[in-house]
Design a protein around this ligand. Structure first.
Ligand code: FES
Length: 123
């Protein structure tokens, strides 16, 4: 039988583990790579996101993946950012330069780049 103190210590340790796991890949960045996305330049945008995330040391917290059709061809390249507990952010008409800024200001700095989001860009 373990003492109460020992049990409390175990619980504390587990808590750390759980929150660590929650912290891992907290943010998911998804790039639309349907034909329309690719022809609009999604590939260099995806590459820039992957590179910048690694360069900024965010690989533990951010996963960059690709998907197919997002359904808004006229806005491609489209990048969606999913973060637990927050509303999805949709970036449209992305370029490598814009992607770099999104990594620095949003993924690292925590502040979405409003001017690149779907509500603020004309089709
Ligand atoms: S084919 Fe372009 S977003 Fe679906």
């Amino acid at each position: 039988m373990k003492s109460l103190q020992e049990l409390a210590a175990i619980r504390e340790k587990m808590k750390d583990k759980v929150s660590l796991r929650e912290g891992v890949n907290d943010i998911r960045v998804v790039v639309g790579m349907a034909t329309c996305g690719i022809s609009a330049g999604a590939r260099p945008v995806l590459n820039t996101l992957v590179e910048e995330v690694a360069k900024e040391g965010l690989s533990g917290a951010v996963t960059v993946t690709q998907t197919g059709c997002i359904g808004i061809c006229q806005f491609e390249p489209v990048v969606e950012v999913f973060q637990g507990g927050k509303e999805k952010i949709t970036y449209v008409k992305m370029t490598p330069v814009k992607a770099k800024r999104v990594v620095a200001e949003h993924l690292k700095g925590g502040k979405p780049v409003e001017e690149y989001t779907i509500g603020n860009v004309k089709a």
